[in-house]
Design a binder for this molecule. Sequence first.
Ligand code: DGL
Length: 297
Amino acid sequence: MSSIPAPANDAMPAGDRPVGIFDSGVGGLSVWREIVRALPMEATCYLADQAHVPYGPRDERELRRFCEAIGHFLIDAGCKAIVVACNTASAAALRHLRDTFPHLPILGMEPAVKPAALLSKSGVVGIMATPATFAGRLFRATAGRHAAHVTLVNQVCDGLAESVERGETDGPAAEALLRRFIAPMLAAGADTIVLACTHYPFAMEAIRRIAGPGVSVIDPAPAVARHLGSVLGAAGLLRAAGEPPQHRFFTTGRPADLADAIDRWCGSRPAVNTLEWQGERLVSSVAVEARRPSKSP
Ligand code: DGL
């Protein structure tokens, strides 16, 4: 076991430090890939807490503990900003993280109720999320602010994040699961569906097919990536053009699982480092999933 690797050093300009991005598992890669697309000069440090996936059924106190430890890890690794690329973790811990680490920008996922309410013609919007996201104050506040003139159909999608985590986003089992979740929203008249869990965009193709051409499906990840660009710009933290940025990946689970997901959905197979939970702390160990030649993201 070594201590936390710090790619950034004190002499490094603040903008050159990586953006930390985390999720319970592979879902946050749907945000990571938009960040890399929108801000191609930014270095990143992605952490998947796969030892604890799924986050959805867990309670707020436990999620806060995980998120705080992850925040410490990412800050120790030199991150200049953190993106909580998980609706569930944002619901449980975004405010707590901002209070605990007030010296750096921390962005979270907010269910895209506002754009959905503006887009919907039927006045019925379906929201797909985990139980913890619906239970959180963030969702209630967002819905209260933006959904006064629409009806929300809150669809808890038990088991969907786990299915995506296994790489199953199509095929008979995934299709049956999706049909079960999408049918009640359609029956209620929804013409707009919000993906309020970062795992779900990887099932976008099947969701669109099942929902049909008359239904808009909203993935908030591109908006979050654009917002990150504005926040970094306003704070003078954008990385200047130069050497291509480094992207580092960490998991508390099996490195091959994260490497497979990056390969499948982001088109590269980088080295993945393993982390271990030791009580309330995350401790890094050596990289065990070696990089294989592949096209870059
Ligand atoms: N990707 C996560 C989210 O956005 C959570 C999935 C889970 O771990 O339950 O809510």
